[in-house]
Each structure stands twice: as structure tokens, then as C-alpha cells.
Design a protein around this ligand. Structure first.
Ligand code: ADP
Length: 467
């Protein structure tokens, strides 16, 4: 079975969030399942700067081999040779429609050029959501794509690829798609809607999120379209690359450790506290936060409760980049509580590993969360997540109960400051019982959230779709 992954980011080449992790790891796991996969993504400046050994296939297509996987990069000096993938901290690039419409068309042209006839083209999020439509309307009757089916995965329904309707002509799609039956969306255009309507099968990244997005509260206006396609929708939980995120072999942390010997974790905590400019103390619980600074990640609710949180003997270490207002907000926390809060406004892989390894707990009060990878990474490092009961966090974090010592994280259900604070207080209390907390930390390190289970599910779905 031949599968072509089309995506706008892929770790380790270019990453802004979980989408890159998925597109970097799932194809490798599928290869182990005997699926013949390759990936196509844009040749961003960031990719160019990585000095990857690649060969040019055409004047605008490079190919590199990554752990046995062919990755094709589409070059375009004007569209992709920029600092950001989608924009700057001040907002999205004004020509994202042109950039990704170009990319979508060029992917299919590339497959024609190299005569690659896929069984499945697997598209991800709005940036590649028009490929199923282009395939249907441009290549109908083309023998190369005769048997090709398309998959579309929603990684985050909040990002819908919304553009002004008067730009419809840029897409080069048939006129009738400029309507409610096409990519028109409340007087604008949504590229994501193209993926929802024209793909053969839709997946999203957790079973719970697959349910939530069919309802008004989480459907973000797409719930009707999604319900319309619900017989072709599945939620498959994301995994993590368990080799890459492995505290025993992690070269980015100073002291590798395992559940049999947690002494390295304590040493990593000391280093993290020092590197973050905080007092070194093993008895103070360190809450780490690693995430995009967007409304989704719950910084607002943390801001509402920050005064009360600071009444406890705790340390909070944040790392993230994103919207200016959140960067400013975090910096203001640090100025107000320099002994208790450290802030790293940066995208830094090494520091992310050090935070996962050196923290006792992970703070992840996301407003919504399609799947969430940070909590899975945290488990791997024996770091206990404190999360909001939503989306993939429901599927992966079971509320810890003191009464029977069951569960693996601290979960608040109502999304408000009071709920968050109550759960925060419980987490601090449980941390104080050092044996209990150590037991919890080592227990979660046993979990297997590797990609193999998900890869098997995807392979089965691909198979069902083409037979
Ligand atoms: P999302 O996809 O919504 O951004 P996920 O939890 O699914 O959130 O995945 C986030 C991924 O991005 C994780 O691997 C996390 O460690 C990483 N990440 C987010 N922000 C940063 C950052 N500032 N530096 C390093 N890694 C980051």
C-alpha cells in the first residue's frame, strides 16, 4: 500500500507544534507496519538552514532520506523562504492562501511528474485541505490517480484556513465551489471545509475530540459539515515517538534516568531550577509548561488564578512562543514573582526536554485540546500532568484519587479559576507525600503511548477505504 503524507510541518525539519510531531513519527511507524510511505512538505528557510543532505529532483523539488523515509520538499523562494512557517508574532502572512494553494497544486503535479500512483493521499489540517478537491476536480479520469483515495486529518479545528471570499479566484477551483456546498463559510472561504467535504475519509486525533467536534460548543461552525460526514469520521489517538522522548537515552538532558532509578530526575530538577534562575530546592514542586502561547493553552485562566497559586510553595516554569499578549503576560508574571516564576520565551527543543525531565508536574489547562502531546511526553518523563477535562486529555489522563491511589493526573472539569485552584491545591498536597508522589511518577513511566497502536489503526482504515 502506497501512502503520500502531505503536510505543512514535520519534525525534525520544521515545527510549530504537535502537527510536526505527528507527521514526523506516524510515517515511520507506518513503515514498520509494511506501509510504503513518503512525505511532501514545503522547503522553508528553516529546512534550508538545517543542511540536510538532499538531492534536487527538479528545479523546485528536493528529496531527502530520513530514517528510510523519502521526504520531498517543494521549493518556492517567494512563498517559503521566510523566517516563519505561517506568520510572525504579529499575525499570519497576508498571502497564506496563495502560499498553500500553490503547495497543494504542486504536490499533485509532483506525483504526476514522478509517476507515483498512491493508494492514499493523507492530508493534514487546512494547509493541505484542498488536495482532495484538486484531485477530484483537476485530475478526474487521470489513470495515475484512478484508485487514489484521500484522507484528511483534523489536528485542530480552530485553525480553519479562513480567507476573504473575493480571493476565491486564486484557488482555481470550479465556480460552483464558491458556495455553501463548497468552500464558502459564513461569507468567507474556509480551506479546511474543502478537506471535510471532498476527502474520502476524515480522522481526528482522539476519540473524544471526534465526538466533541460534532456539537456546537466545540464544532466552531463546522459541526454541521462534520455531522454530515460522521459515517466517514474516526478519532485515532496520537502517539509519541517513544525513542526520541526517552528519559533513559535522552541526550538533551544532563542526567538520563529510568523508573528503576529516579535519582537522575532529581538532578535534572536542580539544573532546571538553576537554568531558570529559581532557588534550588527539591521540596518545592516545579510545574512546567511547554506550549504554543495561544488562547487554547489556558494562559488566561492561569492569569486569573496566579495570585492564589503564588500563595503555595511552588515554582512555575513556562516555555513558549506565540501571541504577543501572552508573551507579555508571562513576562509580567515573572517580574511580579521572580522567586517563583521563570519564563523562557523561545522555541527550544533542548529546553523543552529539560522542562519535561526536570519538572515534577506539567501544567496544561487547555481550554480545548484535540489530543495533546505534552501530557504524553510528561508521562514518559514521570512528570504528572494537571489538565482540563477536554478532548484528548479526557482519553489520556485519568483523575488521580487519593482514596484508592488510582489515576495518573490532576484533572479539573469546570473551566474556571476556582476549579483550577482546587486541583492545583490537591496536586501540591499529593506532592508533599514524597513516597506517594514517587510511586505515581514511576507508575506513569510504564505507559505505552508509542505510535504503534495508532499506526495499526490507520493502516486498517486505509485498507478498508481502498478495498
Ligand atoms: P499543539 O499541537 O496544540 O501545539 P501538542 O501538545 O499537541 O500541542 O504538541 C505540542 C508539541 O510542541 C510538543 O511536542 C511540545 O513539546 C512542543 N512545543 C510547543 N511549544 C514549544 C516550545 N516553545 N519549545 C519547544 N517545543 C515546544
Amino acid at each position: 500500500m502506497k501512502v503520500v503524507f502531505c503536510c505543512s510541518e514535520m519534525a525534525p525539519f520544521a515545527k510549530t507544534g504537535g502537527l510536526a510531531d505527528v507527521c514526523g513519527a506516524l510515517p515511520l511507524a507506518l513503515m514498520k507496519e509494511e506501509v510504503d510511505v513518503c512525505v511532501v512538505m514545503p522547503f522553508y528557510r528553516e529546512v534550508q538552514q538545517r543542511n540536510i543532505p538532499f538531492k534536487m529532483l527538479d528545479h523546485d523539488v528536493a528529496v531527502a532520506n530520513y530514517q528510510g523515509l523519502d521526504v520531498f520538499f517543494i521549493k518556492n523562494e517567494v512563498f517559503f523562504n521566510r523566517d516563519g512557517l505561517y506568520g510572525t508574532p504579529h499575525g499570519d502572512y497576508g498571502d497564506n492562501l496563495e502560499r498553500f494553494a500553490f503547495f497543494n497544486k504542486r504536490v499533485l503535479q509532483l506525483l504526476k511528474d514522478i509517476r507515483l500512483a498512491p493508494d492514499i493521499i493523507h492530508c493534514h489540517d487546512w494547509q493541505t485541505a484542498l488536495i482532495p478537491a484538486y484531485l477530484k476536480f483537476y485530475y478526474q479520469g487521470d489513470s495515475l490517480f484512478e484508485k487514489t483515495k484521500t484522507f484528511f486529518t483534523i489536528h485542530n479545528l480552530a485553525y480553519q484556513g479562513i480567507f476573504p471570499r473575493d480571493k476565491f479566484f486564486v484557488l482555481g477551483l470550479p465556480h460552483e465551489l464558491n458556495s455553501i456546498n463548497g468552500v464558502e463559510y459564513y461569507g468567507q472561504l474556509s480551506l479546511l471545509k474543502g478537506g471535510l467535504l471532498f476527502s474520502d475519509y476524515i480522522t481526528t486525533v482522539s476519540p473524544q475530540y471526534a465526538k466533541e467536534i460534532q456539537h456546537r460548543e466545540s464544532g466552531r461552525g463546522m459541526e454541521g459539515v462534520i455531522r454530515f460526514r460522521s459515517d466517514r469520521l474516526s478519532g485515532i489517538l496520537n502517539g509519541i515517538d517513544a525513542e526520541y522522548w526517552n528519559p533513559e537515552k535522552d541526550t538533551l538532558i544532563a542526567h538520563p534516568y529510568s523508573m528503576n532509578d529516579m535519582s537522575g530526575k532529581a538532578k535534572n530538577k536542580v539544573i532546571l531550577q538553576k537554568e531558570s534562575g529559581l532557588p534550588v530546592c527539591e521540596y518545592i514542586p516545579v510545574f512546567g509548561f511547554v506550549g504554543r502561547l495561544s488562547e487554547q493553552k489556558g494562559i488566561d485562566v492561569i492569569a486569573q488564578g496566579i495570585e492564589e497559586m503564588m500563595q503555595y510553595p511552588v515554582q512555575l516554569i513556562f516555555q513558549g512562543v506565540g501571541e504577543q499578549r501572552f508573551e507579555d503576560l508571562l513576562r509580567s508574571f515573572q517580574r511580579r514573582f521572580p522567586e517563583k516564576i521563570a519564563v523562557h520565551i523561545q522555541f527550544d527543543e533542548t529546553m523543552a526536554h529539560r522542562i519535561y525531565a526536570g519538572s515534577d508536574l506539567l501544567l496544561m489547562p487547555s481550554v480545548y485540546e484535540p489530543c495533546g502531546l505534552s501530557q504524553l511526553i510528561a508521562f514518559r518523563y514521570g512528570t504528572i500532568p494537571l489538565v482540563h477535562h477536554t478532548g484528548g486529555l479526557v482519553d489520556t489522563v485519568m483523575p488521580f484519587k487519593l482514596t484508592n491511589n488510582q489515576g495518573d493526573g490532576f484533572v479539573f472539569t469546570r473551566f474556571d479559576k476556582e476549579s483550577l485552584l482546587k486541583t492545583f491545591e490537591t496536586a501540591v498536597k499529593v506532592f508533599e507525600d514524597r513516597d506517594l508522589f514517587l510511586d505515581l511518577s514511576t507508575r506513569v513511566m510504564r505507559y505505552d503511548f508509542s505510535w504503534m497502536t495508532s499506526a495499526v489503526e490507520y493502516r486498517k482504515l486505509y485498507q478498508a477505504c481502498i478495498s
